[in-house]
Design a binder for this molecule. Structure first.
Ligand SMILES: [Zn+2]
Length: 317
């Protein structure tokens, strides 16, 4: 048995939002190439992501949003047949193509299937190499490159379908996970810890006062060592006190110093360190159970190296 699962699906490559868009299929190619070249991929239990059931999407989203995205996708298919444009716009940064609906179901389905496999004891932890990402998707709104909130859906799934009492969400993307906060704020079965550059898109999270949110807004040019100190002081004591039975990670790698969508200064070793600290908490309280899902990370080389570092820690390589 490989200790770490790796969930993905070819549909996640087919979703794209137009030429030059940073959230592009090549991100997954970069990750796959790196795992192949380094041999890290050989140590992972590779699984095909199933499609999420609509009822599972509705654990985190309003039924109207799910219906609206499906309707938009169906209308796009009709428009394309009639010679119309290849994309349906959701916001200035986010659009659907003809494959987005299936990709979004696979992205959420990956986190759900990973949750099932980890809770069944088939693997200790898992990483989902998927797109579209999820942490900006709110209960009623898709936005910011995200369609459905993969991690919030999986966290709710662990509570509602598996009967867990406490799950933690760790979000180390450079952007505030406003969608996840929107979905879980005030639900004390879930604790969310995050840091994010502020001010930066989506310009939220700095003034949150909710008992289950640990938000750490940090200024541009914050380096890894400063982030590590904050995590040690602010995340770890809350996570230890909460004693999560499972930990979900919104794994965005756009706080990397080579990433142009943020201006922070993390490097691969920082992602390895964060992953190790989260893993320590998971081993103490949660039988090691972690499900991590890809969010941002737009410099292809830095993304691939950072995912490798994250996976080496998850898989004890
Ligand atoms: Zn991001």
């Amino acid at each position: 048995m490989n200790a770490t699962g790796y969930f993905t699906h070819k549909d996640c490559w087919k979703h794209e939002m137009g030429p030059g868009h940073p959230e592009c299929p090549e991100r997954l190619d970069a990750i796959e190439d790196r795992l192949l070249i380094t041999g890290v991929g050989d140590a992972l239990d590779r699984r095909e992501a199933p499609q999420a059931a609509l009822g599972d999407l509705e654990l985190a989203h309003d039924r109207m949003l799910v219906a609206a995205i499906r309707g938009l996708s169906d209308r796009l298919a009709d428009d394309i047949k009639a010679g119309g444009p290849a994309y349906a716009q959701i916001d200035p940064d986010t659009s659907l193509n003809i494959h987005t609906w299936n990709a979004a179901l696979r992205a959420a389905g990956a986190a759900i299937a990973a949750t099932d496999s980890v809770l069944a004891g088939e693997m200790e932890n898992a990483f989902c190499a998927v797109r579209p990402p999820g942490h900006h998707a709110c209960r009623n709104t898709s936005m910011g490159f995200c369609i459905f909130n993969n991690i919030a859906i999986a966290a709710k799934y662990a509570l509602e379908r598996h009967g867990l009492k406490r799950v933690a969400i760790v979000d180390f993307d450079v952007h505030h996970g406003n969608g996840t906060e929107d979905i879980i704020r005030g639900d004390d079965r879930m604790l969310m810890v995050s840091f994010f550059q502020h001010p930066l898109y989506p310009f939220s999270g700095a003034d949150t006062h909710a008992s289950n949110m640990v938000n750490l807004p940090v200024p541009a040019y914050t380096k890894g060592m400063e982030v590590r100190e904050l995590i040690e002081m602010m995340w770890i004591p809350r996570l230890e006190a909460f004693k999560p039975q499972m930990i979900f990670i919104s794994a965005g790698f756009d706080a990397h110093r080579e990433d142009d969508l943020g201006q922070m200064g993390l490097v691969e070793q920082d992602y390895a360190w964060i992953t190790q600290r989260v893993k320590d908490v998971a081993r103490r309280h949660a039988k090691g159970r972690i499900v991590s899902s890809l969010e941002g990370g737009y410099n292809l080389s830095a993304l691939a190296r950072s995912v490798e570092a994250h996976l080496r820690v998850l898989a004890d390589l």
